[in-house]
Design a protein around this ligand. Structure first.
Ligand code: GDD
Ligand code: MN
Length: 396
């Protein structure tokens, strides 16, 4: 599911009269008929005065047996900013929220429980934080001003235990907020617009943090109220879903890291190739100077060893200063540079051996023309040299 995707408009009953809604608040409901009227009344009051009416409320109901959706429809004539989505095919809290956002027009997308356990006044502080530039504001039970009203020991332990587990499985995501289980938050549309969402179960905030491009995060305290009407839908199933959800996001992170590692750095490789070519020129020139009859007249092997080594030094310097400058500039000092040089030298030495072997194989067994064979060998060795130096010598 993607926020920018269009959904079947038949799903949404009633169109918001405000075409300029800048804030869209989703109210997911399942059997909340007794809570809805009060909630809509208080929300409208607050948003009419604080947000100057530029908002819309979208109830997303999963065809509740208590006909919550019908209560919503009956409220619509009295609340022009209210829209109702009755879902008869899809089910589940997280998809309800995303479907609501898909149908929304606001730049700021929010969600609030439909049972009045989330105090509507907190919206004011949250909207303030959004105006101060946050990408995501979470109403939290675990910051100043936050808490739970009347929870027993077991429930507190379960809630904190789930959070700890999250920190172990997915520290970079769960660690960003104090209350990752919160279902009361707002996010800028731009932070999630092009991200593929595939939530499981109850905890949509985790999906937003795990897959969105969320920059600045803010938190606002709130007291989780006791339920007055209806009952909670949480069962053991939600705990299992939660763990599966964490594991899935974790493996997703790992897959994209592997993909990142395998991506070929083309620009860098081109630079490496150019430096390699300069090395060939240096090699040739030195070889000429040392072995040619008119100059030093050294033996060919001795000359070649020296010329190769000078070429290796030449290549190292250019690669260190140019090809991998972004990496070497973070690893300064002579010791580190010499270490890089020794690794480079070693890898290139191996490369030369490899060159010889490939050349022989292609020439003697595949009967390829010696120059073409050498060209192929050089291409393979360049890739070899590049890859191993990238992974070993200029490792980030
Ligand atoms: N559309 C839809 N479909 N709504 C649902 C569904 C569903 O399958 N299941 C639950 N809801 C609605 C409820 O009607 C309610 O408005 C809201 O989602 C939260 O459900 P509760 O059953 O009341 O959950 P809770 O009281 O345990 O709240 C916990 O989970 C919330 C959701 O993540 C707390 O952690 C809250 O902070 C959190 O917002
Ligand atoms: Mn609740």
């Amino acid at each position: 599911l993607q926020i920018n995707e269009l959904i079947y408009t038949e799903d949404v009953l009633g169109t918001s009269s405000t075409k300029s809604a800048t804030f869209s608040l989703i109210i997911p409901t399942y059997n909340e008929s007794k809570n809805l009227e009060k909630l809509v009344e208080v929300l409208s009051q607050i948003l009419n005065s604080y947000w100057e009416g530029n908002y819309e409320l979208i109830i997303v109901d999963d065809d509740s047996p208590d006909r919550t959706w019908q209560v919503g429809l009956e409220l619509m004539p009295h609340y022009p900013k209210l829209r109702v989505m009755r879902r008869q095919q899809e089910k589940g809290l997280s998809t309800a929220v995303i479907r609501g956002w898909q149908a929304a027009q606001g730049e700021i997308l929010g969600v609030i429980d439909g049972d009045l356990q989330h105090p509507p006044e907190t919206l004011i502080n949250m909207l303030n934080e959004m105006q101060n530039g946050a990408d995501l504001v979470v109403a939290s039970r675990h910051v100043e001003g936050g808490g739970v009203s009347d929870w027993g020991f077991i429930r507190r332990v379960l809630s904190r235990g789930a959070q700890m587990l999250g920190l172990i499985i997915l520290p970079n995501v769960i660690g960003r907020v104090s209350d990752p289980m919160s279902g009361y938050f707002m996010v800028r549309r731009s932070a999630i617009a092009n991200c593929l969402m595939n939530p499981l179960g109850y905890k949509i905030l985790i999906e937003v943090l795990g897959r969105g491009n969320v920059g600045k995060v803010a938190e606002v305290g709130y007291i989780f109220q006791e339920r007055q009407e209806g009952e909670s839908k949480v069962t053991w199933r939600q705990y299992v879903d939660y763990i599966m959800h964490l594991l899935r996001l974790r493996s997703r992170g790992r897959i994209s890291r592997i993909r990142e590692r395998l991506r070929v750095p083309i620009k860098r490789f081109l630079k490496f190739g150019i430096v390699g070519f300069s090395g060939v020129c240096v090699d040739m020139a030195i070889l000429y100077l040392l072995s040619d009859a008119s100059t030093l007249h050294w033996g060919l092997t001795r000359s070649k060893i020296i010329s190769s080594e000078v070429a290796v030094i030449n290549n190292f310097l250019w690669n260190d200063l140019w090809t991998f400058s972004d990496i070497s500039s973070h690893q300064k000092g002579w010791r580190k540079r010499i270490k890089r040089f020794l690794k480079f030298n070693f890898i290139c030495l191996f490369g030369m051996g490899l060159n010889l072997i490939i050349l022989n194989l292609l020439y003697n067994y595949a009967h390829i023309n010696q120059y073409l064979a050498n060209l192929i060998a050089i291409a393979i060795v360049t890739i070899w040299n590049f890859w191993f130096n990238l992974k070993l010598s200029w490792r980030v």
